[in-house]
Design a protein around this ligand. Structure first.
Ligand code: SF4
Ligand code: SF4
Length: 179
């Protein structure tokens, strides 16, 4: 059992010394960073976002991508393994029979509620056909709640994936781009 010890001293009731100490440390770092940056001793680690963006490792697990075959159709066979393994239960798949007898099933709906996703990568690990991958994109802006439910159009054909549905991105290119 853990015990929480309260500081009951009179001095602890006065917050001003603590605030002043904290502000002093912040000011000291501000001045030393400015001097180091101006003298070229050390580069400022602050980025001017959004003009400057941090480059993450290609292994970074960011926004999802549904991969496509050369003909542009989804690789996903709607086996549900990703949705079953998702700890946040944020993947919704509706499967349908395919008109091509060589394809058993395909998803008519594949949706990820990105606000519930914890970016654990279990979906990517669970997929037996490499149909869902997590890429280097980490920005998830949206103007309303609906924008955070990523459907097939977004997951497989968004413009950031080099041209959308009109361009069929080669797997090798995807690997090189880290997606
Ligand atoms: S990254 Fe994790 S939480 Fe997000 S969709 Fe995949 S399995 Fe679910
Ligand atoms: S993305 Fe992969 S694991 Fe998920 S339903 Fe499609 S084939 Fe199955």
């Amino acid at each position: 059992m853990s015990v929480v010890q309260k500081n009951t001293s009179e001095a602890s009731k006065w917050y001003l010394p603590g605030i002043m100490t904290g502000m002093g440390i912040t000011f000291r770092h501000l001045v030393s960073n400015l001097v180091d940056n101006l003298t070229g001793k050390k580069k400022m680690i602050t980025l001017n976002y959004p003009e400057e963006k941090h480059e993450y490792s290609p292994r970074f697990k960011g926004n999802h991508v549904l991969t496509v075959k050369k003909d542009g159709s989804l690789r996903c066979t709607a086996c549900m393994l990703c949705a079953t393994n998702c700890p946040a239960e944020c993947i919704t798949i509706v499967a349908s029979e395919h008109e091509d007898p060589t394809v058993e099933k395909y998803p008519v709906k594949y949706e990820i509620d990105i606000l519930r996703c914890v970016f654990c990568g279990f979906c990517e690990e669970a997929c037996p056909v490499d149909a869902v991958r997590m890429g280097p994109e980490w920005q998830t802006p949206g103007l309303n709640g609906a924008n955070f439910n990523y459907g097939i159009e977004h997951l497989a054909y968004r413009p950031q994936l080099k041209g959308g549905i009109a361009t069929h991105v080669d797997d090798e290119e995807r690997h090189k781009a880290g997606i």
